[in-house]
Design a binder for this molecule. Structure first.
Ligand code: 5GP
Ligand code: ZN
Length: 113
């Protein structure tokens, strides 16, 4: 999508601190980290958010989770990390290209705010 920030990051039109890339997914550090380790995993396909997922997207979401867990291991967060998808402005979604946050490297309280 032409005016989507994360589509531009995938294309390389906007620079990012890339952690992983393949034909399906792209992972990069969050520009405003909320924990010592905070990165995003996104599909290369533009999907606006969790509520817009269709059955054909199920495989890619599973891959995002697996890739994210592999990166968390490389980033040495141990077995303590949080996975977050925000859906909708009311839940804090600001970029409308689906993204999985992974946060770790500090103690994480529950429930989240
Ligand atoms: P949301 O609030 O939509 O769940 O998460 C969007 C995330 O994208 C935020 O954590 C924000 O810091 C991050 N972000 C926004 N713009 C950029 C950018 O240009 N580069 C990177 N690396 N992260 C960004
Ligand atoms: Zn997009």
């Amino acid at each position: 999508m032409a005016d989507c920030l994360f589509c531009k990051i995938i294309k390389g039109d906007i620079p990012s601190d890339r952690l992983y890339e393949d034909d399906d997914v792209y992972a990069f550090r969050d520009i405003s980290p909320q924990a010592p380790v905070h990165f995003l995993v996104i599909p290369k396909k533009h999907i606006s958010g969790p509520a817009a997922l269709t059955e054909e997207d199920e495989k890619i979401i599973g891959k995002m989770m697996r890739v994210g867990a592999d990166i968390a291991k490389q980033e040495e967060v141990g077995d303590a990390f949080r996975v977050v998808f925000n859906n909708g402005a009311g839940a804090g979604q600001t970029v409308f290209h689906i993204h999985m946050h992974i946060l770790g490297g500090r103690s994480l309280s529950w429930p989240p705010g």
